[in-house]
Design a protein around this ligand. Structure first.
Ligand code: NDP
Length: 480
């Protein structure tokens, strides 16, 4: 009890106010399973209030110019930056990722990305496009904000993905109701506390909850668009209930990205990059490299190089500055990883390193590399979303392309080679939204990113990402 009372209190943000609830749920630190905070649990009535506030705020916010909205969003970035240390520590506590982490890809990286994305996205602007201007008529395409955007975010990058959802919605003139994952709601609630003092009331509302809020949002008649990042089954459920009022949707769902390493790849040059892009955020990254297909002539060399890196990694509590990788974010995800490893073992796969839980103080799983494994094993066919990578040997490139494309998902893919033209040719045959040559999982604010097939639809980032939050109004002015 004493411990609880010293914890920072978190509240919902509705119509510019901090709002308490009657129900709360515990937020767990995955590194030691301790309770770090009580999260306010919104009920559907509070969701309705938030949607109503966003709806009311829409007319004034959408009437502002881009420049006026940009000033506010830049202030928001500055205010978050002023509390960078608080955000970084809270993120490590609720998500588990290290403060620094391997290759500097921990909480500091997420905070840095958050600031970069706000500033970059808020600098963009959609302007009217004239498609005809002659003696008969002037015809222009205008981009108008949709209305109230509902954002449902996951637990792997809670702050950054919230920003990816909200800032393009806001700069184009929409208002937002965001529901963070019940696993990692705290950084979003802290964001809301800051946003309420900068943005007009009702423009951003934060409604944390668990169990019923997501479904109520996707069925809500006054939410005009949902943007969701998470699993394919939940994406499909959202799409079904969105039919009720023909909601616009952007669905960024799971992936199982394949990488193909060709015989001429420079293994010494690429091994550490392949390692980093496979294990970024402990593998809990939608666009991480998740299936590694390697030509037989370089297979052993790459396995050895990656194993050497893997065994030097330190997995532990991310609050310690020398930790490379933290725990899995939650027990359910740890259980998925354990089950996929068990299936691989039963099939006779070879574990080059890892593969056994050695520390149960948190949801830890060691960095694990598995070879002598084929398509059809669960570890290859299902998204592991954790620190375990299957390495599959191939001899014929056509077979590798078939393997890469054989799953229902299609988020990203990559080809690794010193022959760039050939690599690009192969990459263009991969059925996915982004293909990388000699890289993977790299995203930036001006390059569109999204999935195909069961990985969802709609894109984030760049001008194409802004357009997702608008509808077209064609204005035809007769001249004769
Ligand atoms: P889910 O993908 O199932 O998403 C959970 C969120 O969706 C919660 O906020 C929940 O809200 C909401 N939700 C549930 N049902 C509905 C509905 N019908 N309409 C609208 N929202 C709904 O998350 P999990 O944590 O279960 O993750 C499952 C898998 O997803 C992971 O194992 C991983 O493979 C993948 N994943 C992918 C991510 C990515 O970046 N693409 C990120 C995280 C996970 P409420 O609590 O109110 O029910």
């Amino acid at each position: 009890m004493t411990r609880m009372s010293t914890m920072k209190a978190f509240n919902l943000i509705i119509d510019g106010e901090s709002v308490s609830t009657t129900d709360y749920f515990d937020v767990i630190n995955p590194a030691d399973k301790s309770v770090i905070a009580r999260c306010p649990k919104a009920n559907v009535e509070q969701l309705n209030e938030a949607v109503s506030a966003a709806k009311t705020a829409f007319s004034a916010w959408s009437a502002l110019t881009y420049s006026e909205r940009r000033v506010k969003l830049m202030q928001l970035a500055d205010a978050i930056e002023a509390q960078a240390e608080t955000f970084i520590t809270l993120l490590t506590k609720e998500q588990g990722k290290p403060i620094n982490g391997f290759a500097g890809l921990g909480s500091g990286f997420e905070l840095g990305g958050t600031l970069a994305w706000i500033r970059s996205t808020a600098s963009m602007e959609l302007t009217a496009e004239t498609i005809q201007d002659n003696e008969e008529a002037h015809i222009a395409i205008h981009r108008k904000p949709i209305g109230v955007v509902g954002s449902i975010t996951p637990w792997n990058y809670p702050l950054l993905i919230g920003i990816w959802h909200m800032i393009p919605a806001l700069i184009t003139g929409n208002t937002v109701v965001i529901k963070p994952s019940e696993m990692t709601p705290l950084t979003t609630l802290l964001f809301g506390e800051i946003a309420k003092d900068i943005l007009p009331k009702g423009v951003v509302n934060v409604v944390a909850g668990a169990g019923d809020i997501g479904a109520a949002m996707s069925a809500h008649k006054d939410i005009d668009k949902i943007i969701f990042t998470g699993s394919t089954p939940t994406g499909k459920a959202i799409m079904k209930s969105a039919a009720e009022n023909l909601k616009r949707l952007t669905l960024e769902l799971g992936g199982n990205d394949a990488a193909i390493v060709l015989a001429d790849a420079d293994i010494k040059a690429i091994a550490s990059k392949i390692f980093a892009t496979s294990f970024i955020n402990n593998g809990q990254t939608c666009a991480a490299l998740k299936r590694l297909y390697v030509h037989e002539t370089v297979h052993d060399q790459l396995c050895e190089a990656m194993t050497n890196i893997a065994v030097s990694m330190k997995t532990g509590n991310g609050i310690n500055e020398d930790t490379d990788f933290g725990p899995l974010q939650n027990e359910k995800q740890l259980d998925i990883v354990k089950a996929l490893a068990q299936d691989a073992k039963e099939r006779g796969a070879n574990f080059l390193c890892g593969g056994e839980v050695v520390d149960e103080t948190g949801y830890f799983y060691p960095i694990t590399l598995v070879n002598n494994i084929q398509d059809g094993a669960r570890l290859v066919d299902e998204e592991q979303f954790g620190p375990i990578l299957p390495i599959i040997k191939f001899s014929n490139i056509e077979d590798a392309i078939v393997s890469a494309n054989r799953l229902a998902v299609g988020l990203g893919g990559s080809v690794w080679s010193t022959d760039i033209t050939r690599a690009q040719d192969i990459a263009s045959r991969l059925e996915c939204g982004t293909v990388w040559i000699n890289n993977h999982a790299m995203v930036q604010p001006d390059a569109p990113f999204g999935g195909v097939k069961d990985s969802g639809f709609g894109v984030a980032f760049g001008e194409a990402g802004l357009k997702e939050f608008t509808f077209i109004q064609t204005m035809q002015t007769a001249k004769s």
